[in-house]
Structure formats: structure tokens, C-alpha cells
Design a protein around this ligand. Sequence first.
Ligand code: GUN
Ligand code: FE
Length: 462
Amino acid sequence: FIHCKSVQELEYIHNAAVAVDGNGKIVGIERDHQDVEQAKGALLKSLAWSASDVEIHACKPGQFFFPGFIDTHIHASQYPNAGIFGKSTLLDWLETYTFPLESSLKDLAKARRVYTACVRRTLAHGTTMASYFATIDVDATNLLADICLDLGQRAFIGRVCMDNHDISPEYYRDESTEKSLEATLKTVEHIRSIDPTFDMVSPVLTPRFAPTCSAELMTGLSVIQRDMGLPVQTHVSENKKEIELVAQLFPDSKSYTDVYDECGLLTDRTILAHAIHLSEEEASTIARRGSKVSHCPCSNSALTSGVARVRWLWDKGIDVGLGTDMSGGYSPSILEAARQAVLVSRHLAIGLGASAETTPEELERSQLMPEEVLYLGTRGGARCVGLEKRVGGFEVGMDWDAQLIGLGSVDAAGMSEDDEHGNLEVFGWEKWEDIVPKWVYTGDDRNTKKVWVKGRLVHSRA
Ligand code: GUN
Ligand code: FE
């Protein structure tokens, strides 16, 4: 069992066994025994469980359990567009690729196909919890909630709000502020009807971003937030032209961040995606409010948006998680986002995307290591969605949201098992401290053998 002990440090739990009860909760951990058999025996004894009553999932040599990934920002509705963006940047990308696709999902048969494929695919990549943007359509959004519950993925489900008729296209927008708030509440009520305590699936209030939302709408959503204690998600400071547009639309606000703050949307349950071009003052405001940042490196590179400064955000005390931002990001994989987070942090260290005030020491410190991006993808993400006590690590009292990772090897006949095991070649003499970065840099969904959410097996590779 491998999980994050701190931001910088992984913990390797050897010769161990973990007990999960019928509710998917971890109820016992035995570690550092002479071998796994002994750990298993000690665990059964301490719980007074009989071996015949338990189902056993063992690691084969070279395999390890890792906490499930948390995707803090992903557009389920944009899955068919993954990899399709040409040379576009944010604002023309939205108009050319994104709004037409999202609008088309009012066809519920199409929405079912897209959402089912998206949830299956992300589960196959080890994503056990996702904070989803759906579309403005209530029925299609409610369908996404049904599908997540059915397929067993933990999820926040956001009906997208966009009531600004100057920016949102005629064919894809809420009719009015009131209708937008009403539609939002319909999705809240639907989710309450299928998961009354929002245990697996929760609504998330989703003003798309300041340009498509009126101040009245955003203030209305903040009232619902306070009444019901719901999470909030939106985009902030992703692209220079977007920031100029926000300054034009909200001339009385000092910054993009202040627009949200003045509407009461910066709460400790708010996830802000991108947060690339923030000023010191904006970052201080976000930190003061306890709002979270979803770092979306794949998307930030693909749409030529910029380089977000994770270490700088951490230094301000802001919680950061990883987002695929599919289809701004081309991949549904958090492992890919983790890898890209390492690479773009190196670009920052080179000086690309750094602000004029950044010191050489800050530049050097900006580099992220595999351990740190795995933290972002698990415990960091868990803090962003407010589930840090329940998921993101292997501890008694937490839920069993986990993935079984297996690495490849060359078999006795000298045949490569690449297709089965992915790009990895592990020879058997590597230390675990080498195998984990190998997985981060060269692994993919072929290495994700099994995935569980709350104790339920939700994906298994044949
Ligand atoms: N800003 C507003 N909408 C979107 C979206 O769908 N994706 C991204 N990346 N940014 C946005
Ligand atoms: Fe996004």
C-alpha cells in the first residue's frame, strides 16, 4: 500500500493487510509483519473476523494499492471533444467547439451515451471522485447524476449557469436569472431524491465563469450556497483576453477574483479552476476565504492559457488539487494531469510564465516532484472537495476508494507484455522509490488493474 504521508513524502506500507467492512469503510490496518499472510492473520484476529466471511484481493508481485484519484475539475459534457481544439484559445474555443457540443446534449439519448462513456473512462483511469460540469440542461444533468450513482463514481454534479445574453450564445443560455436559479434548484432536488444525504453524489453550484453570469445570478447562487451549504465551482483567471473581458463587464470590481468575492461566491467550499494570472492581492483574497484551486496543466498548455504557479499558491496557504479540465485538457486521466503538472512546473523553473517579480529562488522552488503531484491528485484533491477525512489515503475510518496498480515486465520467454501492462518495463531490481516515478512518467490506464469506490469494485481490467 502506497499513499501520501505529507505533501513531499510517500509512505510505503509493506507486508500489510487492510480490512474494509460492508459499508466500504477501512476498519483495520496491519503493517510491517514478516509477510502478508501474517498481516492477514493478525487483522482477522484483531477484528474477530473469520477467513470464510471475507473476500480477499491480493497484490501480485510488482503491484500496489494506491488511493483513487480525485479530478477537481472536469466537463463530462465535453468528452467527445477530447483532443479536438486546433489552435484555438479559450474564448474562440468556447464558441467553435464547446458551446455547440454542450448544447447538443439536450438530446437525452446522446447525453446518456456521452456521460456513460465519460464515467466509465475516468473510472478506468482510477478517478474515484470527480467534480463535474454538465450542461445548462436540467434533465441531461440529472442523468449524469443517475449514471455516476449507478456506475459507482463519487461525484459533484454541476448544472451550468449562464444568463448573460451578451456573451452566451442565443442557442445555449438560460432564459433569465430566475430561470437559471430555478433550474439549479431542480437539479439539487433531483439529486436529493436519489442520494438524500449527498453521500456519493452531490450537487455543486456552477456559475460557468464571470463573463456568462450576471452579478444577480452569482449573488443568488451564493444565497443558495449559504442556505444549503453546497459546494461551488467556476473558472478564474485562465486567459488574458478572458481577464480583459471580465474587466469590461465588471468595471467597478478591482479584479476577476473580486467579482466573485463581491457576489459572495468565494467560500471554503469553492473550487476555482486555473487561477493562472492572479495578482498577489487576488491570491491573498482566495487564501483568506479558504477557497480552493484546481490546477489544470493539460488544459493550460493545450489552450495556450499559461502556467499556474502551484508552489506560489501553496506558499499562500491555498489548497490545490488536480483537474483534467477535459476537453480544454485533452486527456481524461489524472495521472496525465499529474505528469503535466511536473512538466509545466519545470517550464516555470526555466522562467516561462513567471511574473516579473519572481525571484530566482522562487523559480527554482517552483519545480514539482512526482510525490507532490501525487499528493495533488489524492489528498490535495480531497481537501478541495471537503472529503479529506474520508478519501485520499489509507487510514482507519476512511472509505476504501482505491486503485490497484500493476507494472509490466518481460516474461520468461523474453516476450514483452507491453500491451497488457502499458509502457512500463520493470526488471525486478528497482526500489519502490523508483517504481512510483516510473508509473507517474510512463504509466497509463493499462496499469490500473482494479478500482474501488467506497468498497465497491467499479472497474476491473480483464
Ligand atoms: N471557461 C468558461 N467555460 C470554460 C470551459 O468549458 N472550459 C475551460 N477550460 N474554461 C472555461
Ligand atoms: Fe473548465
